[in-house]
Ligand binder design. Structure first.
Ligand code: ZN
Length: 284
């Protein structure tokens, strides 16, 4: 049985069709309300989801105050240059190993949160996000999907001036400003997908398509990334991996985000995020 997991006003909830079901209530308090704790209970999530058809919904998903489905990961990894056409538009060479950086977990916000821009050089990067369920180290690539509890949508918002103000570049800083990690709208269990390695991914700005590709175009796929990272750091439940962005980012043609822009990010089988941009005081 598959499941869809949301964070409604800080409380874990299961989702069926257009409704959500508070996890603590639906489980008769067998599982607490903490969205991070819920990730440690995949068997319960599967079993409870099978019973939602007979349960009373807590509320409408459309009206819910959604937070990030994984609001406080211990580690948040980002992968650069992981789609061939994006590597080409960045005028870089194809990587031979994953190019890894960190997004500080404090940048993570919900799927409808405002993004606070602190320069005129901020950019969007729509990305598939893989969420670790059962942790581990030295995970074989063949076993890696067993360690992924589910997938969600992410925006790896990037302040290009901050990213490139030092040499070598500081990816972590440029991608970790407060609000630079929208995630959601829900976490979808890996077994929900016919093929979790081939999902349509798009980013629109004010309704105009800027990015449109499939996750099958990833140079290093989810299984490779999980295995690679697990040979360096022991992966833990709730760790997240922003897997990289397709071509079409703003820096390629100088079309950066401005005050009032709405960034719409969608992945097939997961859902859509809408994030409004708000220009605030300059960085530095
Ligand atoms: Zn990225």
């Amino acid at each position: 049985m598959t499941f869809r997991l949301a964070n409604v006003a800080g409380r874990a909830a299961l989702v069926r069709d257009e409704h959500y079901y508070d996890l603590e209530q639906i489980s008769a308090a067998a599982v607490g309300p903490d969205p991070m704790q819920a990730l440690a209970e995949p068997e319960r999530l599967h079993a409870l989801s099978a019973r939602l058809v007979d349960a009373d919904a807590t509320g409408s998903l459309a009206k819910a105050d959604l937070g990030a489905p994984v609001p406080a990961p211990r580690n948040c990894y980002g992968i650069g240059l992981n789609y061939g056409k994006h590597v080409a538009e960045a005028d870089m060479e194809l990587p031979e190993v994953p190019m890894v950086f960190t997004k500080f977990p404090s940048c993570i916000v919900g799927p409808n949160a405002d993004v606070r821009l602190r320069s005129d050089g901020c950019d969007y990067e729509g990305e598939l996000v893989a969420v670790i369920g059962t942790g581990g180290s030295d995970i074989a690539e063949a076993d890696a999907w067993d360690h992924v509890i589910g997938l969600t949508v992410g925006q790896d918002i990037s302040d290009r001036p901050a990213q490139f103000m030092a040499k070598p570049p500081q990816f972590a800083l440029g991608k970790s400003f407060d609000t630079f990690g929208p995630m959601g709208p829900v976490l979808v269990s890996t077994d929900s997908f016919d093929d979790p390695t081939d999902l349509a991914l798009s980013t629109l700005v004010n309704g105009e398509v800027r990015q449109d590709d499939r996750t099958s175009s990833l140079i290093f796929g989810v299984a490779t990334l999980v295995s690679f990272l697990s040979r360096i750091t022991t992966l833990r439940t709730g760790d997240v991996i922003f897997t990289g962005t397709p071509d079409g980012v703003g820096v390629a043609d100088g079309r950066f985000l401005v005050d009032g822009d709405v960034v719409t990010t969608s992945i097939e089988g997961i859902g859509t995020m809408n994030n409004r941009c708000v220009r605030v005081s300059d960085f530095g």
